[in-house]
Design a protein around this ligand. Structure first.
Ligand code: UDP
Length: 331
């Protein structure tokens, strides 16, 4: 899936990944190792799971450090062995609405203070390294513009139930901008839209994981509100290709790029697709629950910029991805 040019870039690079045991972080670690990089993964295991790193932990080119990135990097990185990095991917954060709302303080700290500490340490130790920040479509809040291009500034409730995450990611982006503009670091921001695939925690409360779990148990699928709200789902391995391109291509310093799949589905359509994949002979049953506060009505990425600057677009449609995900392939 990767071009030779992108693969070659990673050979013998030293890469730091925060949130390495998470859903996205662990797939990124696997892809980096496969491309020939040597990777240090950091995670405090608040929402990440060591089992996600099962494959990586067998590699001699991978080192795992259990640590909290809201502490200075010098407190968890051994100076002699692993303080030199070509790339840092800052992916640590709870990401599902129920989980980040359970851990609001960790969520806002890891995206704000964590980002600040990593960038100020990078400036001292590896000023030429590239820093990739995992931002989110949540920076667009409940968007008034559809689909959402990177130029849209968003419509976010600054003191709402989602703000510990979306405002923290916005502040994370602000901090990235300061260190890029004022201190010259090569910072790049990925605005990540809804993602699914193997290793998505079945208990993380997101729509795809809930529906798959409920459909496997042949229970009614829980629709919040009317189910007319929309989301656009990207298969995780498509997304990882986008990360590898964003980090490796030249001349992207200071760029913010949407990464997601522009196919858009209502929550009811999502339910139908997941149910019929798992239970093709049974009639779908739904159970309606109240719509959570500040739940965005529509969400779909405008990926023109990713197509133009990265030559990237997703390849796996939602039906295929759901089949791959429930097919039980341990990837
Ligand atoms: N949702 C739902 N049933 C569920 C879980 C989520 O109808 O069991 C809805 C939720 O209200 C939202 C959409 O599905 O409109 C996507 O929710 P998710 O938590 O996956 O992520 P979000 O995009 O809101 O961050």
């Amino acid at each position: 899936m990767l071009s030779e040019k992108v693969e070659n870039y990673y050979r013998h690079r030293r890469v730091l990944v925060t949130g390495a045991a998470g859903f996205l972080g662990s797939h990124l670690v696997d892809a980096l190792l496969e491309a020939g990089a040597s990777v240090v993964g950091v995670d405090n295991l608040v929402t990440g799971k060591l089992k996600n790193l099962k494959k990586a932990l067998t590699s001699p080119h991978f080192e795992f450090i259990q640590a909290d990135v809201t502490q200075p990097p010098t407190s968890y990185l051994d100076k002699a062995t692993n303080s030199n990095f070509d790339l840092v991917f800052h992916f640590a954060s709870p990401a599902s609405p129920p989980r980040y709302q359970e851990k609001p303080i960790q969520t806002y700290l890891v995206n704000s203070l964590g980002t600040h500490l990593l960038l100020s340490w990078l400036k001292e130790t590896n000023p030429k390294a590239r820093f990739i920040f995992a931002s989110t479509s949540e920076v667009y809040g409940n968007p008034e513009i559809h689909p959402q291009p990177e130029t849209y500034w968003g419509n976010v409730n600054p003191n709402g139930v989602r703000s510990c995450y979306d405002e923290a990611k916005r502040l994370g982006e602000t901090i990235c901008g300061v260190w890029e503009r004022d201190f010259g670091l090569d910072v790049r921001i990925a605005r990540i839209f809804n993602t699914y695939g193997p290793r998505l925690d079945p208990d993380d409360g997101r729509v795809v994981s809930n529906f798959i779990k409920q459909a496997k148990l042949k229970k009614p699928l829980t629709i919040y509100g009317e189910g007319t709200q929309t989301r656009s789902y990207c298969y995780v391995l498509d997304l990882v290709v986008g990360f590898l391109k964003l980090a490796s291509l030249p001349d992207l310093k200071g760029q913010t790029i949407n990464l997601g799949n522009p196919e858009e589905y209502t929550v009811r359509e999502t339910a139908q697709i997941i149910w019929s994949t798992i239970n093709p002979d049974k009639k779908l049953r739904l159970k309606f629950k109240p719509l959570p506060k500040d739940d965005p009505v529509r969400r779909r990425p405008d990926i023109s910029k990713a197509k133009k600057l990265l030559g990237w677009e997703p390849k796996i449609d939602f039906r295929t991805g759901v089949r791959l995900m429930v097919g039980g392939r341990d990837v």
